[in-house]
Design a protein around this ligand. Structure first.
Ligand code: CNA
Length: 241
């Protein structure tokens, strides 16, 4: 085992309240592209960048285009959890990990068996009518044409936090509490450029901060251990004991 992974193993062994803070890079090994890597969404060709299309204003003004992009680029119904998701679920089951805080909307942590997951940006599996608030599963959006509508005539909106929209207070509170009480924080697969989500790691008060990301991030300098590696490849090597 490589030295950095051995160190991580030792810290995991010594910790009882691990919190994992992740982003799109946690799901790239499941075949879901992230926003900012070389082959991520930002490097593909669209008339507008994803942060424009995935904004509240764009949703309001260009609803049909929003849904065309959203259906084509944000929904991956066949994606399966990878080694990172699975190991985190295992760590939680063993009583070592308190919570996963994720910026992802793909639901793969729950699919892997994780119970305590704070989804800062919502989930593609939840959709609701903006008029009568009736709930709809992902299929309702996938199988509809143009703009999905409720039986009442209202537009069905995915329960994901669009750019310009606020995060859910209860979700943020839970995430902050978990991070503040953690004795090991593992930050992985995130460029840490999307706020306020990225700022939540500042609530960490523990001794050891671990960063696992393919590219350098703004938090590398204050991390106690940095692995520029694939998060699934790193986590799969950990023993849960
Ligand atoms: P991002 O800005 O795309 O950054 C991803 C980071 O992960 C980059 O720095 C990559 O270098 C790194 N990375 C990619 N693959 C791996 C890997 N296998 N192992 C380690 N590191 C890797 O994504 P953020 O999450 O930081 O940005 C926040 C946005 C992206 C959130 O609003 C998400 O909702 C949104 N997003 C989510 C998904 C998803 O749900 N799977 C997919 C695409 C975008």
């Amino acid at each position: 085992m490589e030295e950095a992974i051995q160190t991580l193993q030792q810290w995991v062994d010594e910790s009882q309240h691990i919190v994992f803070f992740g982003g799109a890079g946690v799901s790239t090994e499941s075949g879901i592209p992230d926003f900012r890597s070389v082959d991520g969404l930002y490097h593909q060709q669209y008339s507008q960048p994803p942060e424009t299309i995935l904004s509240h204003t764009y949703f309001e003004r260009h609803t049909e285009e929003f849904f065309r992009f959203y259906r084509n680029k944000m929904l991956f119904p066949d994606a399966q959890p990878n080694n990172a998701h699975r190991k985190l679920a295992e760590l939680e089951q063993a009583g070592k990990l308190t919570a996963v805080v994720t910026q992802n909307i793909d639901g793969l942590h729950q699919k892997a068996g994780s119970q305590c997951v704070y989804e800062l940006h919502g989930a593609v599996s939840r959709n609701y009518c903006t008029r009568c608030h009736r709930f709809y599963p992902m299929d309702a959006v996938m199988q509809s044409e143009a703009v999905p509508h409720c039986d009442c005539g209202g537009i069905i909106k995915p329960d994901v936090v669009l750019y310009e929209e606020c995060l859910d207070n209860a979700t943020v509170d839970g995430a902050v509490r978990a991070i503040a009480q953690a004795d090991l924080l593992i930050v992985a697969g995130t460029s840490l450029v999307v706020y306020p989500a990225a700022g939540l790691i500042n609530y960490y008060r523990g001794r050891r901060l671990v960063l696992i990301n393919l590219e350098p991030t703004s938090a590398d300098a204050r991390a106690d251990l940095v692995l520029h590696d694939k998060v699934g490849r790193v986590l799969e090597q950990l023993q849960v004991r």
